[in-house]
Structures are given as C-alpha cells and as structure tokens.
Design a protein around this ligand. Structure first.
Ligand SMILES: [Zn+2]
Length: 237
C-alpha cells in the first residue's frame, strides 16, 4: 500500500514536472520568437521600420519631418537645403557631424534625406527606360535606384552623406576620410551603413558606403557589432 502510494506520488510528480518543463519550453519559445521579431523599440512606423524590395513603405510622406536647413544650419554642407529629414534622425546626425569635427574630420555633404515615394518611382522609371530590365532580379543583380515605396528615403530616416570634395556616390567614397569615419563611427549616433558589402543578395541593393539609416543607438550598436544587415537583425532575411 505504502509502496503503491509512493509510486502514485512519483507518477503525479513526474507528470507535474513534465507539464512544468513543457510550460517553460513554450514560454522560452514565445520569448525567443518575440525577441527575434521585435528587437528593442521595434514599431511598424518607428525607427526600426523595414523598407525594402518586399516591404514597401505604406505612406508617401511620414510625420515628424523638419527642414534640412533647420536641422543642420551651417554645421554641414547641404546639396539640397530645401530638403527635409526626420527630426530625431536629424538631431542625431548633427551630433555625429559635431563629434567628427572634434575628431578632425570635416567636409561632409548631405545630398539626399527624405524623398517622396512618387519622386522615387520617377527616378526608378527613368532608370528602367535607360536600362531595360533594371531591377528585374535584384537579389542576383542588385540595384542602386529602388522603385517608389521601396526606398527608405521615404521614411525620412535615411541620409546620403558624401564629401564636399568627393561627390560621386560610388565605392571610392569608402576610402575617403569622411567615408571611413562614418563606417566606423556612425553607429555611436544611431546610424547604420544600411547596404553593406557582401549583403547584396539579401538587400537587393549594391554596396552603398554613403547611405546611412537611423535606427536608434541601441539597435545601431547591436547591428554594428553583429555585422548583420537590417533584414538579418529583424529576422526578415
Ligand atoms: Zn540613399
């Protein structure tokens, strides 16, 4: 009788243990899934918004834009002073240029920040007219000009940053003092080099050492340290 009760108790205990282990496993799976899919601060329209070939931006003009001249004043050369940028991204970029100056690197030039989806589509169409088939197979043949709604410039969170004495958006910019400083330091201010070399088959965009995307300081640090591109970081590669 005693033996039997012990046996039953053991049976109940092991059943409870199994349930507890199962519950823990489910909780861990949910936690991992949540942390994988929603890294700190992720929001559909926030600073971690993913805009690419397969995730078109759902708007033509976002909230929270400020004029480039208002955001930067004389701190950096503006190719298009009438342009605009996300206010938080602009403030972060201003801090970045001020830090670069203190570290002896000046002469940056902002060529593009916010760009409407409709203007982006015009650029893409013009490119396809010149080069039929352009963009047909981006993951094997990455592009520089994205279709309307597929460019993160439409979020106001991206900046094309070149140098006053190096104005061509090409690989050579990576070797300039400005390009080098940005690639090594932009993450400190919440920016990532959005289209890295070697990730073209994921981004569908060529290596762009001039295109920086604001994601916030925490995410930028993690992305910089991991060597991942934004798609990988967000579990969307
Ligand atoms: Zn760009």
């Amino acid at each position: 009788m005693e033996k039997r009760r012990k046996k039953i108790n053991r049976h109940v205990l092991s059943k409870r243990l199994a349930i507890a282990v199962l519950a823990l496993a489910v909780a861990a799976a949910i936690f991992l899934r949540l942390t994988r899919e929603t890294p700190a601060g992720a929001e559909a329209d926030g600073r971690l918004i993913l805009v690419n070939w397969t995730n078109p931006v759902p708007f033509d003009k976002p909230h929270g834009l400020v004029g480039l001249d208002e955001a930067f004043g004389d701190a950096v050369y503006l190719l298009n002073p009438e342009g605009s940028v996300n206010e938080e991204a602009g403030a972060a970029a201003l801090a970045m240029f001020e830090a670069a100056k203190k570290e002896g690197v000046t002469g940056f030039m902002i060529t593009t920040a916010y760009r409407s989806a409709s203007y982006q589509e015009e650029l893409y169409k013009a490119r396809r007219e010149r080069e039929p088939g352009y963009g047909d197979d981006p993951f094997n043949n990455p592009v520089k000009v994205l279709p309307g709604r597929c460019s993160e410039h439409t979020t106001g969170l991206a900046l094309d940053i070149l140098a006053e004495d190096y104005r061509s958006a090409d690989n050579g910019y990576a070797s300039t003092p400005q390009g080098k400083w940005l690639s090594e330091n932009a993450y400190r201010f919440g920016f990532i080099l959005r289209y890295p070399e070697g990730k073209e088959s994921i981004t569908g965009v060529i290596f762009e050492p001039w295109h920086f995307r604001y994601v916030g300081a925490d995410a930028a640090k993690e992305i910089y340290a991991s060597g991942e591109c934004l798609e990988e970081y967000l579990g969307q590669a």
